[in-house]
Structures are given as structure tokens and as C-alpha cells.
Design a binder for this molecule. Structure first.
Ligand SMILES: Cc1cc2nc3c(=O)[nH]c(=O)nc-3n(C[C@H](O)[C@H](O)[C@H](O)COP(=O)(O)OP(=O)(O)OC[C@H]3O[C@@H](n4cnc5c(N)ncnc54)[C@H](O)[C@@H]3O)c2cc1C
Length: 438
């Protein structure tokens, strides 16, 4: 079958790889000159099964209200006269009940775990080099109340089979000695040895190269403007994709099946088809520093709870990422936010890096209110969805790609996840997630 994948971030590229492995003829359409140039370019680089709790949880409404208008808030709603943002916000509130949170965590853990195993298998098979480290993720706390609350989250993760162990401050510094200078401020932590880190850009571009060698056609500098449809009800289908190609020429490209993997921009192209994806861009920041003193820079991937920042060592670079702003599609760099990241990183690891020449970046997380992505079928028989991976797209990327290739091929993926528009296998604990009118 000929399959067209729309978008070449981690999600589209992994989809293309597994579709090709399943024997399909695959073409990838991407507006940028290469793979992984947008949100999959410079993220926090954590493969983080242990942090499956979505932002929508019972404590979130009060926190979000408290943070409204605060420039340094970890999650900042900038209220706009925009229908999608308000609907998204209301849906976010609905996802904050204990029952919905429990449901969502289980979905996310299942997909993340499957994805990490898939990533490990791809790594072994392809030998892609992406500065990965398998030294776990260490989450440290500087407020006693936050640490106390984390004990419950860590236990829940253990109950779901993820070995997130709560530890005291001395153990935190034993696991990551680069935190020694901050020992007095740390009140405790938790550590998940099975988590990993690695450069999402290097991995995705490496996988795109391998996919191309295996026969996948990449059409870069090609922008999708519209999906064409025919039929109604059960016989509704996609007949082609209108694009502006690399020479600026308008064309229609056709395939037997289509996979939507355009991250934050998926919603705009699905809306005219009557597919109501609840995806809103969550703008985040990262800073990348050159490591000048390797022994003073961490090698265990870290989560700094107080500042909601994640830190990953990528060879001779240190990547620090975080913050989320719901403010439309702008990717403008806010100097105050950038400088706050550098100030905090310098405070934690004073002699580790060249802090005078940071590379700052912003990206748009494709956020669903629940942080559970859309992976599965739409109401168009030959249109499949793999989008809305929010805060964990790198962690879920390989697993989502493998799963969508199974679904396009007419098979049920091995993982017990509420795939969009599909029944769960018998004995599964949760009903399938439905997309409004999809
Ligand atoms: C600051 C920050 C830190 C993060 N840290 C982590 C982390 O530590 N761990 C983790 O698991 N996740 C993390 N994430 C989330 C993760 O980066 C995203 O979930 C993931 O990159 C989304 O991948 P994607 O392929 O869906 O989207 P993208 O990478 O954005 O890919 C979508 C592609 O579609 C293309 N496209 C869009 N519109 C069109 C069009 N009209 N025509 C053609 N092509 C189009 C785009 O150019 C793009 O290449 C972080 C995100 C941010 C912003």
C-alpha cells in the first residue's frame, strides 16, 4: 500500500520507519528542509516513563489560577480571545478529576513503556548515535511540601510497574555528584533507573536517513495546505493532499492511506474535514550550553522540581528545558524566561559550562488537555492520526510510530492503550478514546 505521512518530527519519522518495515511504500511530506526542525529539534531529551502524571490533575486548577499572569510560572495561560484556547482550557479542567487523571496516567505509562522498549530495539538494530545515556532520571526537590506530595506520585508509578524510588538528599547527591554544591537546598528526590536521555534531533535525523536508505521518499520544503475528501459516512475517504512543493508549485499528491503527524499544526488541517482535534500549542524553552568542565556537569538526567526544568547531558553539551506558555502559535524568545534558565543552571552547576554563549530555542508542544495523544483511526477510512503527544512526544515517539504502522496494516498493536476510534482488546481496562465527530 502507498502511505503518505504528513510531518517529519519524531512522530512522523518513526511512523515512516515502521510503515516501511511493515512493507509499505512510504512518502513523507515536510515543510522544513529536513526532519526534526520544529518541536523535535531541541527539547528536554528525556525518555521519561516515570513522569507520566499529566498537568491536568486534581491539584492543577488552583495552581494554574495562582500562576495566572506570573511571568515565571511553569504553566502559564495567557488568555486570548480565541475559541480553541477557551475550549481547550475547559476540557483541561474536566481532565482534572481524580478518575480522569487516573485513567490518563495509565494510558500514558502504557504507551511510554512500550515506546521505550521500542526505542531500545531501534537503537540496537540501527546503531543510531544520539548522545544517549541510560543513567536514569533523578527528580530533586527543594521544597519539603513538594517532596512530601511526590511520595504519592512515586508510589502510584511503582504500582503501575515503573520503579520510581523516593530517596533522601544524600542519596540524590550520591547518584549525581554534580549536585553536591546544592546539597543544603535539596530536601529529597526520586530516581528511576530505567529512564534514559538522548538527543531527539540526532535520533530523528538518523532515523530519517536510515528510512531513506530503506526506500522511504522524503519531500522536504513541501507545505500541506489542504486534504481532499470524497464520500460520506462509512465510505468517506481522503483522495489527495494539496501541497505547495519545493519550487512553489501547487500540486495534488495521492496515496492509498495518510497519517497525520503535524504536531501542533494538525488541528488546523483536520478542522475543515469535521475532525475536531483538541490540540493547543504549549510553548516551551530550552537552552544549550557547551560543557567546559565535564566533571562538574551532570550525566544523570535531572528534573529540578522547584523550577520545573529538566537537564540532560548530550555529549559535550548540556541541555536545560522547561516552562509552558499557552499563548497561540508564537515562538518568540522571551529574554526574561531565557535568562531565568541560565541563572538557575549556573546556580546549580557554577563551573560546568560556558554560560556566556547559550543557544536558546522555543518549541510548541502539541498539547491535548489530558496529555494522551491521538493515535489511531479517524472517520475517514484511509486517514490515520498520530499526533498530540504534548510533553512526552520523544518518550512516546517510537512506540507511537510502531503502533500506527500496525493499525494502518490492519493489525491491533501489542500495547494496551485507548487507541483513537478503535475498540480495546477484550479484557482491557478502559474504553477507547473517541474524537468528537472523527
Ligand atoms: C521545551 C520542550 C521540552 C520538551 N522536553 C521533552 C522531553 O524531555 N521528553 C519528551 O518526551 N518530550 C519532550 N518535549 C515534547 C516533544 O518535543 C514533542 O512532544 C514532540 O517533539 C512532538 O513531535 P511531533 O513529531 O508531533 O511534532 P513536530 O516535531 O513539531 O513535527 C511536526 C512536523 O510537521 C511539520 N508540519 C507542520 N505543518 C505542516 C504543513 N502544513 N505542511 C508540511 N509539514 C508541516 C513541521 O514542520 C514539523 O516538522 C518537549 C517539548 C518542548 C517544547
Amino acid at each position: 500500500m502507498e502511505v503518505m505521512v504528513l510531518g517529519s518530527g519524531i512522530i512522523g519519522t518513526a511512523s515512516a520507519w515502521f510503515l516501511r518495515q511493515a512493507g509499505h511504500e512510504v512518502t513523507v511530506i515536510e515543510r522544513q528542509p529536513g526532519a526534526a526542525q520544529e518541536t523535535s529539534f531541541a527539547n528536554g531529551c528525556q525518555i521519561s516513563v516515570s513522569h507520566a502524571e499529566p498537568w491536568a490533575n486534581p491539584a492543577a486548577p488552583m495552581k494554574v489560577l495562582k500562576w495566572l499572569g506570573r511571568e515565571d510560572a511553569p504553566l502559564l495561560f495567557r488568555l486570548r480571545p480565541e475559541w480553541l484556547q477557551w475550549r481547550w482550557g475547559l476540557q483541561f479542567l474536566r481532565e482534572c478529576t481524580a478518575a480522569r487523571t487516573d485513567h490518563n496516567i495509565r494510558q500514558i505509562v502504557a504507551l511510554c513503556e512500550y515506546s521505550r522498549q521500542t526505542l531500545q530495539a531501534v537503537r540496537a538494530e540501527t546503531g543510531i548515535e544520539y548522545d544517549h545515556l541510560t543513567r536514569g532520571i533523578l527528580h530533586f526537590y527543594t521544597e519539603q511540601r513538594d517532596f512530601d506530595e511526590s511520595l504519592r506520585a512515586a508510589k502510584l508509578m511503582r504500582d503501575l510497574g515503573c520503579p520510581r524510588q523516593s530517596i533522601d538528599a544524600d542519596e540524590v547527591v550520591r547518584i549525581e555528584p554534580a549536585l553536591a554544591a546544592s546539597r543544603d537546598r535539596i530536601v529529597g528526590g526520586d530516581y528511576t533507573a530505567t529512564d534514559e536521555s538522548g538527543d531527539v534531533y540526532k535520533f530523528t535525523t538518523g532515523l530519517a536517513d536510515r528510512a531513506e536508505q530503506a526506500g522511504v521518499a522524503f519531500r522536504f520544503n513541501t507545505t500541506v495546505t489542504r486534504l481532499l475528501t470524497e464520500g460520506a459516512g462509512a465510505s468517506a475517504r481522503i483522495t489527495g493532499v494539496e501541497v505547495i512543493d519545493e519550487h512553489g508549485v501547487h500540486r495534488t499528491l495521492r496515496a492509498d492511506a495518510y497519517v497525520m503527524a503535524m504536531g501542533s499544526f494538525s488541528e488546523q488541517l483536520m478542522k475543515p474535514l469535521g475532525i475536531d482535534l483538541m490540540i493547543y500549542p504549549g510553548k516551551g524553552y530550552s537552552a544549550t550550553y557547551k560543557v567546559t568542565n565535564p566533571d562538574a556537569a551532570p550525566t544523570v538526567s535531572l528534573t529540578d522540581d522547584g523550577y520545573k526544568l529538566v537537564v540532560s547531558r548530550l555529549g559535550d553539551r548540556l541541555r536545560v528545558a522547561g516552562t509552558c506558555e499557552l499563548n497561540g502559535y508564537t515562538r518568540e524568545l522571551n529574554t526574561t524566561r531565557c535568562e531565568a534558565i541560565t541563572r538557575r543552571t549556573r546556580e546549580l552547576f557554577p563551573d560546568a559550562c560556558d554560560y556566556d554563549n547559550p543557544a536558546y530555542w522555543t518549541g510548541l508542544r502539541p498539547l491535548t488537555p489530558s496529555n494522551v495523544p491521538y493515535v489511531g483511526k479517524s472517520r475517514y477510512g484511509n486517514l490515520f492520526l498520530n499526533t498530540g503527544h504534548g510533553t512526552l512526544g520523544w518518550t512516546m515517539g517510537c512506540g507511537s510510530g510502531r503502533a500506527i504502522a500496525e493499525i494502518v496494516s490492519g493489525r491491533q498493536p501489542e500495547v494496551d492503550f485507548a487507541f483513537t476510534g478503535m475498540e480495546r482488546p477484550r479484557g482491557a481496562a478502559f474504553p477507547g478514546k473517541q474524537v468528537a465527530s472523527a
